[in-house]
Design a protein around this ligand. Structure first.
Ligand code: GLY
Ligand code: MN
Ligand code: MN
Length: 419
């Protein structure tokens, strides 16, 4: 409320359930902004914040109690229990929107709201009705990115503890996948091992669909089909992270299906890992958001020159972006309630300075395609796709790697798989 100020009102929607097919809904997951401010997880909720309002500074609208609906679809909190359970001063039912909301919005200059297609129609309607009945709806409508999202970007100690637990669960799942992997099983069987470990440890959802990519599939960035049979000699790239108490983890490990890297696989693996370690070292208070990316790009480019894959000097390779066909994506994004979390990466056109409490991924990779897509490449590199990804908190004195329990040194991976 302090960050939006007394001229403003904020509407923060939970959003609603979405139909998957016939009368079946996708499992509901509330909007991250709503969870952040309320800790409440039923569909259709709306939080209204009106700082300085004479009678009501905060209100939460929830689904009404309904004995019949609750017998079929589960318990509801109900408006009458909002204050005692959530500590939000005023609880209403969603049926009371049109009675209460105009009074909260009337006379405020700025409306802060996510421009979500689903909910903005509803907002348009309220504003129109207000105008028609002689009230004064806000003239200005702004996104929550300058206010709420700046708060979400800097994680509190409690949030970091939760993210540490999410990363621990995911690291255990990656270890389990390495142990259970064998040529002959399907990618889906390996995905089920991840799911098993997530669920056993209290995480029902993944933060994004798990990527379990064997052999040539590792070169497809968002491969989620997960239906190929794993072959001897394949590399397996798993990019998977659970969501724990609404917080994401996002970990990638790449390992040999049969437990032993081939020589070319190990050469590329060591290169990606050295780029990742150098990039993690750049995650420090006062450095810029793009420092890890720039450092990893340099290490990868030099490595590709040293292996004879690229020709030219480091400067020539960097200047002409000759490594880009192999590196494909950038090295970092913020992580939090969302896997690609909120928070501006640039301010006034300049890369943002890192501050304590920011959490970002560090995830360089190299992807070599096949004889069709990269015909000029020595065939010993074909179909190698490798990424190593960790979740890193910026601290006062450096950084802390939340996902350190997932083995990543080649010898450690091989000895875990051998055991
Ligand atoms: N798994 C999505 C990402 O790594 O950004
Ligand atoms: Mn990832
Ligand atoms: Mn990521």
């Amino acid at each position: 409320m302090a960050s939006i100020g007394p001229e403003s009102v904020a509407l923060v929607f939970a959003t609603g359930e979405k139909r998957r097919n016939s009368d079946v809904e996708y499992l509901f997951r509330p909007h991250s902004d709503f969870v952040y401010l309320t800790g409440f997880h039923e569909p259709d909720g709306l939080l209204v914040l009106a700082p300085g309002h004479p009678t009501m500074e905060e209100a939460l609208f929830v689904r009404a109690r309904d004995v019949a609906a609750e017998q079929w679809n589960g318990r509801r909190l109900g408006a009458e229990r909002v204050k005692e359970t959530l500590g939000i001063e005023n609880g209403f039912t969603v049926e009371e929107f049109s009675e209460v909301i105009p009074n909260l919005i009337d006379g405020r200059d700025v409306l802060h709201v996510d421009q979500d297609v689903e909910t903005s129609h509803q907002v348009d309607l309220w504003l129109k009705t207000m105008k028609e009945s002689g009230l004064a709806p806000p003239q200005q409508r702004v996104e929550l990115e300058d206010t709420l999202h700046e708060l979400r970007l800097i994680k509190s100690d409690t949030e970091i503890e939760t993210m540490q637990e999410a990363a621990n669960i995911s690291a255990a799942a990656h270890q389990r996948a390495m142990r259970y992997c064998n040529p002959g099983i399907s990618e889906l069987a390996l995905e089920s091992e991840l799911q098993h470990e997530f669920a056993l440890r209290g995480a029902r959802f993944t933060a994004y669909p798990s990527i379990v990519a064997s052999g040539p599939n590792a070169c497809i960035m968002h491969y989620i089909q997960n239906d190929r049979t794993i072959e001897d000699g394949d590399l397996i790239l798993i990019d998977a992270g659970c969501e724990y108490q609404y917080y994401a983890s996002d970990i990638t490990r790449t390992f040999p299906a049969n437990g032993r890297f081939t020589h070319p696989q190990r050469e590329i693996y060591e290169l990606v890992l050295s780029a990742q370690l150098a990039a993690i070292d750049q995650v420090r208070t006062g450095h810029s958001f793009t420092d890890p990316h720039n450092t990893s790009t340099q290490v990868l480019a030099q490595g590709l020159i040293d292996l004879g894959i690229l020709k030219g000097t480091l400067d020539e390779v960097l200047e002409n972006e000759l490594a880009k066909p192999f590196t494909v994506h950038r090295c970092s994004h913020f992580l939090g309630l969302d896997v690609h979390d909120v928070g501006k990466r640039e301010i006034d056109g300049e890369p943002r300075t890192l501050e304590p409490g920011m959490v970002l991924t560090v995830e360089p990779g190299l992807y070599f395609g096949n004889a069709e897509t990269m015909p000029n490449l020595d065939s010993k590199w074909h179909n190698i796709g490798i990424r190593v990804e960790d979740d890193v908190v910026v601290t006062e004195n450096g950084n802390c790697v939340l996902s350190a329990n997932a083995p990543k040194f080649a010898d450690d991976v091989e000895s875990l798989m051998a055991s």
